[in-house]
Design a protein around this ligand. Sequence first.
Ligand SMILES: NC(=O)c1ccc[n+]([C@@H]2O[C@H](COP(=O)([O-])OP(=O)(O)OC[C@H]3O[C@@H](n4cnc5c(N)ncnc54)[C@H](OP(=O)(O)O)[C@@H]3O)[C@@H](O)[C@H]2O)c1
Length: 255
Amino acid sequence: MQTVPTILITGTSSGYGLETARHFLARGWNVIATMRTPREDILPRSDRLRVLPLDVTAPESISAALDAAGPIDALVNNAGIGMAGAFEATPMAMVREVFETNTFGTMAMAQAVIPQFRARRAGVIVNVTSSSTLAPMPLVAAYTASKQAIEGFTGSLALELAHFGVRAQLVEPGYAPTTRFSQNSGPRVENLIPDAYAGFAATVFADYASPSAVTTEADVAEAVWTAVNDPSPRLSYPAGPDAVALAENAVGAQP
Ligand SMILES: NC(=O)c1ccc[n+]([C@@H]2O[C@H](COP(=O)([O-])OP(=O)(O)OC[C@H]3O[C@@H](n4cnc5c(N)ncnc54)[C@H](OP(=O)(O)O)[C@@H]3O)[C@@H](O)[C@H]2O)c1
């Protein structure tokens, strides 16, 4: 690790990524906050902060960002998009769009940083998935699939990178009504509830709108901090009380 360690975070324009950038800055790390549309005004001014453009679906954007970043010690794959609706009504183009960001974007970023981590025999990749991977939830099948793929990917990757002293981990956030997630998912949610699903969907969305517990941006930033700084081989870190409860139930349900 460098004297002052450096973390690169994707999708820091809002929500969990923005708070994670703030969290690492406040704790003395060098932070490379990446955004599709860079903004300098949403994070505290610091000579340890750099804001770089990065779209995780564009290979040339990934290589330009990593060239500009220089050596890093940690990568957080936080960038993600949501989608809700009946699967039968979801165009495959939209499913692919979600996978391009949540799944292939995460994989491409990992592939781009692994060579430097392997060469230095150090480094950590934290992939942000979702509590939807901890228990099945209705009307989010394609989104869940995009995140569940990263759960399996990260578990396997962690084993092959451990050989080189490099870690790969998962942070599984619960539902936060306060990020821009629902707003950003908006265009992918409209018209995805056919009439036959209307009554069922109304009940499901009403349940989603009144959760018994929610996750905050700070819960996720803290979980990423713990994952990055935890030298143990632990793979996954649920973040937020709703996610922690689902993870505990999942463990309890195992034979
Ligand atoms: N909020 C929830 O309830 C919830 C629950 C579980 C998991 N998550 C996951 O947590 C992560 C962060 O979500 P959030 O709640 O903080 O939502 P958010 O406020 O919408 O933040 C998502 C971030 O990802 C960025 N992004 C989207 N597509 C990108 C791309 N192609 N390249 C680079 N950046 C891109 C967005 O940038 P732009 O500003 O450019 O759009 C934004 O900065 C996501 O992976 C999401 O799936 C969220």
